[in-house]
Design a protein around this ligand. Structure first.
Ligand code: 2P0
Length: 324
């Protein structure tokens, strides 16, 4: 039997950065995201007969790092649920991996749903988000569609940190225009970047204490479909996260020159009345949210521009699905 799963990536509006407990991958702050309908991972899983996990990642045998991360996740799944099988996995992203486009989010969400299905462990969506979180913090959010909140608890309890839907995909007709300024793999992974930040950035405690209000404001803005408010809190959370990382020692800078030019341009566009706001994750890509009716205009505005390699457009999408 082969199980085929499809999971969408997500983009955070209120950012996750920092771990309260690295082993269980418990986030230090809650986060809020939108699941995307055009950036996804498709994963096929069957039971391996070789006595080892077999992993094909984007068409090639997984390298040591990819294999290690995925097999660690599978080991923890087997241990927790008493599963004995090894798996044969073929996983492919329809967008650049490891470039700040949330490939680990869709990847581990697909894997969690896939192993749950093939092993018949029948866990709830909440438990599935807890399982996906152990692979990658942002993956917990990709279990659900639409607008999603990642909740955090306190202390070292795996069951307090899970994602929940705030509103379904059809609640608000927004789209994202992703300006890819470099499809190359980032030099500092999110995990390494957040650990270095927690260890050395003097702003880390303020980041944690100020995040609760961002979550409150963003949730309210989403429920009320208040674009200006969501623009304000998203750009605030983005720049706060990057400022925090830049203040690590040595400083972590995920941007390039084009990223900065585009930040300024999007701010100017909004001041001039265009409904746009930006967000940036652990990479140099600028992601512009806008009402869907405006998306072609925004895409055309940035096309044929020096410094932009590709433009990807996406609407808001659904949660993880077993395809067959
Ligand atoms: C987010 N990012 O909220 C933030 C904003 C990147 C910037 O979640 O270490 O790959 O696997 O839990 O989920 C990327 O971090 O990190 C991320 P791990 P993950 O989307």
């Amino acid at each position: 039997m082969t199980v085929k799963v499809k999971a969408n990536a997500n983009i955070a509006l209120v950012k996750y950065w920092g771990k309260r407990e690295p082993k269980l991958n418990l986030p230090a702050v809650g986060s809020i995201s939108a699941t995307l309908d055009n950036l996804n991972t498709e994963t096929e899983i069957s039971i391996a007969t070789s006595g080892n996990d077999e992993i094909i990642y984007n068409g090639k045998p997984a390298n040591e790092k990819e294999y290690g991360r995925i097999s660690n996740f599978l080991n923890s799944f087997r241990k927790e649920f008493g599963v004995k099988d090894f798996f044969s996995i073929n996983t492919i992203n329809n967008f650049p991996s490891g470039a700040g486009l949330a490939s680990s989010a869709s990847g581990f969400a697909a894997l969690a749903a896939g192993v749950n299905k093939i092993s018949n462990t029948r866990i709830s969506d909440r438990e599935l988000s807890i399982l996906a979180r152990k692979g990658s913090g942002s993956a917990a959010r990709s279990i659900f569609g639409g607008f999603v909140e990642m909740k955090t608890g306190e202390g070292v309890d795996s069951h307090t940190d899970y994602a929940e839907q705030i509103a379904p995909a059809n609640h608000w007709d927004l789209s994202v225009v992703i300006l890819v300024t470099s499809g190359k793999q980032k030099k500092i992974s999110s995990t390494d970047g957040m650990n270095a930040t927690a260890y050395s950035s003097p702003y880390y405690n303020s980041w944690i204490s100020s995040s609760k209000f961002d979550l409150y404001e963003a949730k309210k803005a989403i429920k009320q479909k208040d674009f200006e408010k969501l623009a304000d809190v998203t750009e605030f959370s983005t720049l706060k996260m990057h400022g925090l990382a830049m203040a690590a020692r040595p400083g972590i800078i995920y941007w390039n020159g084009t990223t900065l030019d585009l930040i300024n341009e999007v701010k100017d566009m909004r001041t001039a009345g265009s409904p746009v706001f930006f967000t940036i994750d652990a990479g140099p890509q600028l992601k512009i949210f806008t009402p869907s009716e405006n998306v072609t205009k925004i895409k055309d505005h940035f096309s044929d521009r020096n410094g932009i390699e590709t433009i990807i457009v996406s609407g808001i999408g659904d949660g993880v699905k077993i395809v067959e």
